[in-house]
Design a protein. Structure first.
Lengths: 229, 229
DNA sequence: ACCTGAACACCGTTCAAGT
DNA sequence: ACCTGAACACCGTTCAAGT
């Protein structure tokens, strides 16, 4: 009788590669947050030494940029195409929001390096849909940048809120901030914020983001139709 | 004859204080950039030991938050009031842009902690002007957030670009990125970006920001006038 | 050619010892 | 009460030594 094929080893028969490193990095980042991604933690997860990583990727920034890029590409690939151009751009913008919700560290990463690969993908996706929407060529650059900057701002705030609140209840966190806005001293010098405090504590983040996108799209439509900036 | 008053010592007769630390931090950040702000560098500038700083501020994050807050308050105090509400909101938004141009590290800081003091000031200033502009109450929160998120996105990108380009020529840096978008492989899969490449290299940042603000303001006006989102 | 892991040059923060 | 600065517990990155 021939010797039986040995039970497959649990994992880690595959050689180390840039792809494997990026995948492990995403796992660590999603599970334990931004500050948990160290070369020591990553090399432990990959069952190797910290120096080995440098044979495949130049430095930490390159790991983060590649991880963010991969997730952005996947998120865009999952957006169903829509014959209606306005639905199309909304779907793309919401896909970004959901991506940053699922992987908050991406929001930090996108502000670490200008025009990195992930940003190019986002810019391209937005622009393609603006073109489909019939936005004139001379407004496309500014319109795409505006939408991109808006989503980057949201992503950055979301990332920092997650970093701070991590295990805390998110709504309890916002409630605390809102209560601070109601302090006598703060309220006296910041009447607008005082008035908005309850909305801060109770608003639906995704809905508000979506409304913000609608504001910008309405502005693009108005300016285009109205004959210029 | 009484002994002559001794020549005043060069500096550092004043006691250490939170204010002095924040001022020194701003000086270091402006002169040498974000990564130059270490407790060792800061305590050297203040002619003391690194531990002394902790008697006045809890940690590095608190120093950065206080420094950013101070600059935002100063920037807003310098904005001339304008009887025209639309000019008013534009002036405030441009003041933010100019602040981030002069102190790029502020853009990074604002994404480090959600709803920190500096952000409250910005939110309040934007909201007050929206109120003056006649934006209905129910749209104020979303409208103010949209403008704030837009400027935060711009600030983050500006900060990362400065961090990377620091001594390089900014236009040469953008030219390099734009040329990358024209690479055969990149251009084939990213036709929109390919078409925008020259605008990326040649556009006026401040003008484009201002145009972005106009898009959002036009959107707010359109939605408000048109009866809802 | 790739991996290993100790070593290097930093960090932010703490804390015993001073004044 | 505040300051001092060495020490601690980390980092990212390098590099001689292995395979």
């Amino acid at each position: 009788m021939p010797s039986p094929t040995p039970a497959r080893r649990s994992r880690r028969t595959d050689a180390l590669s840039a792809d494997a490193i990026i995948e492990a990095a995403i796992t660590v980042l999603d599970a334990e947050g931004e500050e948990a991604l160290t070369f020591r933690a990553l090399s432990t997860a990959l069952e190797t030494g910290p120096g080995a990583i440098y044979n495949h990727l130049a430095n930490k920034q390159e790991i983060l940029a590649a991880a963010a890029h991969r997730l952005v590409v996947h998120a865009l690939a999952d957006v169903p195409s829509d014959p209606d151009a306005e639905n199309g751009i909304r779907a793309v913008m919401l896909a970004f929001f959901d991506l940053f919700g699922a992987h908050p560290w991406v929001g930090t990463q996108l502000s670490r390096e200008p025009w990195q690969a992930a940003l190019l993908e986002m810019f391209e996706a937005i622009g393609t849909h603006l073109e489909a929407l019939g936005v004139e060529e001379r407004y496309q650059f500014t319109a795409a940048s505006s939408l991109l900057n808006f989503v980057l701002g949201v992503a950055g705030q979301h990332a920092s809120a997650t970093r701070l609140a991590r295990d805390l209840d998110r709504s309890a966190f916002l409630r605390d901030i809102a209560d601070g806005w109601k302090d006598e001293a703060t309220a006296a010098s910041h009447p607008f914020s005082r008035r908005m405090a309850d909305q801060l504590a109770e608003h639906d983040d995704r809905q508000q983001y979506s409304d913000g996108v609608d504001f910008i799209l309405a502005g693009i439509a108005a300016v285009t139709a109205g004959g210029g900036l």
